[in-house]
Every structure is written in C-alpha cells, then in structure tokens.
Design a binder for this molecule. Sequence first.
Ligand code: FE2
Length: 395
Amino acid sequence: MAKPMFLRSAKRQFNFTMARLLFGNKSTAPHFALVGSGSANHLCQRILESGHQRVLIVTDRPLRDLGIASRACEVLINAGIDLIWYDGVQPDPTFTQVREGAQILREQACTAILAVGGGSSMDAAKIIAATLDSTDEPESWAGINKAPDTAAPLYAIPTTAGTGSEATMGAVITHEGDQSKVVISGAALLPVAVALDPDLLLALPPAITAATGLDALTHGVEAYIGIWSRGTSLETARMCVRGVAHWLPRVMAEPGDSEARLGMSMAAYYGGVAINQVNVGAVHAIAHQLGAFYHLPHGVANAMVLPHVLRVFGDSAKTSLEELAPLMGVSGAGAAIDAMESLRESVGLPGNSDAIKVADYEKITERALEESDGYFSPKILTGSDVGQVLRAITA
Ligand SMILES: [Fe+2]
C-alpha cells in the first residue's frame, strides 16, 4: 500500500533540500577519462606507472572466453605483473558475487582493481573495491553515500556503451533472496580513471548495442527533466541525448564503424556524468522492478517504459522536453517522445512484454513508488500513473 501523497511529497521536499544543502554544486571525487582507439592500452600504462604489481581484473566469463578481456589489459599482461582474475560477474550482479571477488582481493593482496565489461562488471567491481578496508556486510551500505570512504583504486574499461557506470559513484547490486536491487553509492566508488576505447566494442551484438544505447538515452533524459540540476548535469545530459540520437542509428547500421562506436561511448559517458550529479528518475524506478521481477534487461525495460512515463509527466516535463526535441531532430515535447519511441522501434527493441503479469501490478507499483520517491523526477507518480504505464507495456 503506497503512503499518502502528502507524506511522500513532504519526504521528497526534505530529501531535495538536504541534497542541495549537502551537495550544492560540489563536484565529486577526482576522475579522468582516456578516449579513443588504443586508450585501453594507455589506461593500463597509467596503472603500471602508478606502481601496482598485483591487479584484480573483474569481468565476466563470456568476455574472457572471447579474449576481449585479455585484449583490454594486454599491456598489463605483457608487462608481466601479477593479474588475478575474477570472471564470475553475471548480469544483475549479486552480493554473493561481490563476496567472491572481495575474498580474492583480500587473499591475493591486490592493490588495484580493473573492471572490464558492462555495467554489471563495473558495479560489482565498485563494491568489491569498497571491501578493501571494511569488515561491514556490503548489504549494510544500501542507500545514498553509505559506502565506505576508502576503496581500492578502481579503473574501468567499459565494453558496452550505455550504463554510464564508468562515470558514476553508484552501483546496483541484487539480493539473491527476493531478487530486489539496491543502490550503493559513495565518492570512493567513482573509478579513478577509465578508457573509452571503441576498438573493444566493434563486435558488440546488435541487441546489446541497442538496449545499452536506450539506457544511455534514458539517463540523459531523466537527468535533464528532473527538478534538480547542478554542476554540468544539464550540459552533459544534452550531450548524451544528442549523441545517442546521432550515433546509435549509425552504429546499428555499421557495427564496425569505430567513429560511431566512439560517439556512442562518449554519449553514454556523458549520460553517466549527468546522473552522477542528479541521479536517474521514475523511469528507472519502474524499469528496475521489471528487471527484478522478470529479468528484463535493464536497457530493454527502460526503453519500454520511457515514453509512457514521459507522457504521464505531462506539463511537468513539457518545457524540458521541448528543449531536448531539437537534439533529436524534431520540434515540441510530444514529438520528442515520439522520436524516442521511434528510435526504440528502429533499433529493434520491443515496446511491450508478455512476461509482465497483471497479478504483479500491485507489488511492482508499490516498489516502484518507493524507489521513485528517492529521485527528483518532475512529477511525483501516483499508483494509477504506474498502473497506466504497466498496462501500456503489458503484451
Ligand atoms: Fe540505467
């Protein structure tokens, strides 16, 4: 049962006031990105120059089997330093996977972590890094800024373009028991340095390119239309939306186009920079539940939910959507939403799913409202708003 609107509204106002007081226009921890073909090698060179002799590589088995993970860190391999591998990360990483990686980090006395992969590997690596000096259970860090103040130095080489995790201080980890997802964040989780190397994305399958691309678009849109802006959030959100609109169709048509791959990597990175400042919104709050209940891939769920939530926002998002519209080559808020829907369709992502069950609506709605109350979307969604979105995406 959702809480009364006046309570939700008062709590959100309190959170908003606190967020502005605590964060203001402060930037987050130091961080830099190396960009372009060969940048993964340059990042590895930086790791060597920092003096690390034992590095934990956090990745997933398919990337390792395909040789992509080794290729990403071949400079470290050729240098002959000790590389310790944890390749047990799976989509929607769990606390068990975090513990497995943390045990290796500790037992092998690694001094740095290099995450190679998509959002799952980077998110898992962040929480593994946070266990360096802490004996807390990682579950206790759920929430905003509750992660330890220190972590193992974390480097990241993303092999997808969408999650933006390489530019954020947050991670989403799943409880095995009820499959619920929690966000863990803290300044120490932001990677020290990342490489956006298009060469590692050239063989990314179309379905993953499409889903991660729409995830990036959702980050840009949600960061832009929310009631909170600070730092570079508006500027980077616009760069994200413009980049996805421009590069995603091209990369879908020409998967081996290195320039287009780099364009998408940059767009996704900008989206990450934007949400790292003002967070995501109600679209993610609903999409996360679809991931938890039905294992819908994150980007697929966001792509499905995005236009319907934007329509539910109505006038509250009208001006900001009008501003985003030209970046997508159209004019007007309605046309911007239509363009996002067309982009989803053109890259082959579904607009609905037969996995979604009417019997789950109430539980999904409850959890989605709970999560979305922690974000700063332009409108506080009601239970009937979420129901409208769910009906629209149920096949
Ligand atoms: Fe996302």
